[in-house]
Write a protein of this length. Structure first.
Lengths: 114, 109
């Protein structure tokens, strides 16, 4: 199946700093990439949908100025958590889809804000 | 009403048992249907797509009932390694994906 990578897999940062997470589709061109957040023992929560070259569409309740998404190419999307706070600590997962409309998930990034 | 609803469980079944999960969706315009499996602290992985005619992959059988707007997943002869959370996913046009909250399964020795 298609491969999606995420980097870093784990990050610990201090409150107030910004963290960038990269999501790459390695062997296919992703028409759309999705960013999810998952708190312990809860389901995936879609944060935003991004299409290459256009602005991301954010879900209700997700602050677009806090979670900056850049989708510069068909194989790369980045999520930047700005001015991170402890409540932003979570498991962030990206996924990518090609024209077949199956989602391929990255391995996730565990963010801990101290 | 949620787009996709699943019984969160947990389902605790003995090894060798047969277990079934259902997932209902609210929008009749939904187009594609999938079951994903998510292990603890890992990303979801596609288990199988769900077709109108139903499909089977080894011990796993998925079915779609468009009239009643639900999909099901049947696991036969449960193994310890089947313990995971099972997510149903429904899509509509324009890359709109909707996830259920997941059903937790624990297979007990």
């Amino acid at each position: 199946g298609a491969v999606v990578s995420q980097h870093p897999s784990r990050v610990i940062c201090k409150s107030g700093t910004s963290v960038k997470i990269e999501c790459r589709s390695l062997d296919f061109q992703a028409t759309t990439m999705f960013w999810y957040r998952q708190f312990p023992k809860q389901s995936l929560m879609l944060m935003a949908t991004s299409n290459e070259g256009s602005k991301a569409t954010y879900e209700q309740g997700v602050e677009k100025d806090k979670f900056l998404i850049n989708h510069a190419s068909l194989t790369l999307s980045t999520l930047t958590v700005t001015s991170a706070h402890p409540e932003d600590s979570s498991f962030y997962i990206c996924s990518a889809t090609d024209r077949v409309l199956e989602q391929y998930f990255g391995p996730g990034t565990r963010l801990t804000v101290t | 009403r949620k787009e996709v609803e699943q019984d969160p469980g947990p389902f605790n079944v003995p090894e060798g048992a047969t277990v079934a999960f259902n997932c209902t969706y609210s929008n009749s315009a939904s187009q594609s249907f999938f079951w994903y499996r998510q292990d603890c602290r890992k990303e979801p992985k596609l288990l199988m797509s769900v077709y109108s005619s139903g499909n089977e992959d080894g011990r796993f059988t998925a079915q779609l009932n468009r009239a009643s707007q639900y999909i099901s997943l049947l696991i036969r002869d449960s193994k310890l390694s089947d313990s995971a959370t099972y997510l149903c996913v429904v899509t509509r046009t324009g890359n709109q994906f909707y996830f259920g909250t997941g059903t937790s399964l624990t297979v007990i020795p």
